[in-house]
Structures are given as C-alpha cells and as structure tokens.
Design a protein around this ligand. Structure first.
Ligand code: AMP
Length: 189
C-alpha cells in the first residue's frame, strides 16, 4: 500500500490536488483539518477543544492530533493507499507517523511538496475565504497560520529530505499541470 504525505503551506492546493489523486488512484484521503471541522460541527468534546486553536490559527497539541490520526487511519485501512493532507505539521508528528506506520508494517512512500510563493498564498486564502465559510480564512488568522507554517511546519521539508522522501513540485500554474507532476512521482514509486 502507498502512504503519501501531501505537504505545503495553507493555500498551497493540498485539498484540490488530494481530490484529484483520490479520483485517479482510489486512495483514501485523511485531511486532519476536515476531521476537526466535522467534530466542531457535531459539537463533540474534541470539537470544542479544537475550535479555539483553529480560530486562533494555532496547531492542536501533537499528542491529541496523533491519537486522532491513528484512529482515523485504522478506521480506513488496510487499503490501497492513503493521502495524508495537513498531517504531519510538526517534527514530532512526523516522527509519530513514522512509528505508527512501522508498527503496522508500512511506511511513508513519498512526501509531495507543493511550492507556492508567500504572496500567492495570501491572495488565494483571502479569495477562498469569500466562499469557503471557514472562520480561519480571514486576513488576520491567515497571517498567523502562515507564521505557524513557517516556524513549525516548514522544518519538515528538511526532515523529509533527510529521510529521502521529499519530492518538490511547482504548486502554481494550471491545476492539471501540477497534478501531472504529482502523478509522475506516484507512478514512479
Ligand atoms: P487545514 O484545513 O489543514 O488548513 O487545518 C485547519 C486548522 O486545523 C489548522 O490551522 C490547525 O488549527 C488545525 N489542524 C489541522 N491539522 C492539524 C495538525 N496536523 N496538527 C495540528 N493542528 C492541525
């Protein structure tokens, strides 16, 4: 089975590209942001905890996030493949994912990184906010999320590079062109 980490800043197109990969390869999709938003909508305890972090553009604590991820994963797999979207976001999460998969006799097959310049991210997210209905797609929270990405998540680029799993792709231009670049990596695994 394939375990694909789709990686990039908020607004880099992870969700859009994940949907295309799911359609093409029949992989399962785990978006931790979607999981948390569903919990908020249902008014669960987890949702209540997650809400204040999300509204402030902050990350949910690693230990909680890792537990959530493991239970969603076990509910979906074994299967053909999984796309991890929005996880890992910190080095401890990446380490936890590595050991979680090792315990299940598998590993991350590839990290696919979508590279998009900062000013484009801001523009995309502000535009998305007009239709997404997401409370965290406003200019102030977006700025915080981009800071969190640069400080806590971007170090994973180096981490996956060292693991020999990093594949960077140009994340702007035509959606189909970006998708083709991602598929080329997956087809080569
Ligand atoms: P996303 O939909 O991936 O942009 O995630 C929206 C928000 O959910 C983030 O800004 C975080 O507050 C929270 N979140 C999603 N995934 C994670 C994660 N792996 N670790 C911590 N917080 C997360």
């Amino acid at each position: 089975m394939k375990n694909i980490v789709i990686f990039g800043a908020p607004g880099s197109g992870k969700g859009t590209q994940s949907a295309l990969l799911v359609e093409k390869y029949g992989f399962k999709h785990i978006s931790t942001g979607d999981v948390l938003r569903a919990e908020i909508k249902q008014g669960t305890e987890l949702g209540k905890t997650a809400q204040s972090y999300i509204d402030n553009g902050k990350l949910i604590p690693d230990a909680l996030m890792v537990d959530i991820l493991a239970s969603v994963y076990d509910g979906m797999c074994p299967c053909e493949g999984v796309i991890f979207d929005g996880f890992p976001r910190t080095v401890p999460q990446a380490e936890a994912l590595k050991s979680m998969l090792a315990q299940r006799g598998t590993e991350v097959s590839a990290m696919l990184e979508l590279d998009v310049p900062d000013e484009m991210l801001m523009e995309r997210l502000v535009n998305r906010g007009k239709t997404s209905g997401r409370a965290d797609d406003n200019a102030e929270t977006i700025r915080k999320r981009l800071d969190v990405y640069n400080n806590q998540t971007a170090p994973l680029i180096e981490w996956y590079e060292k693991e020999g799993k990093r594949n960077a792709v140009k994340g702007y231009g035509e959606i189909e062109e970006i998708n083709a670049a991602l598929c080329a990596v997956i087809d080569n695994l």
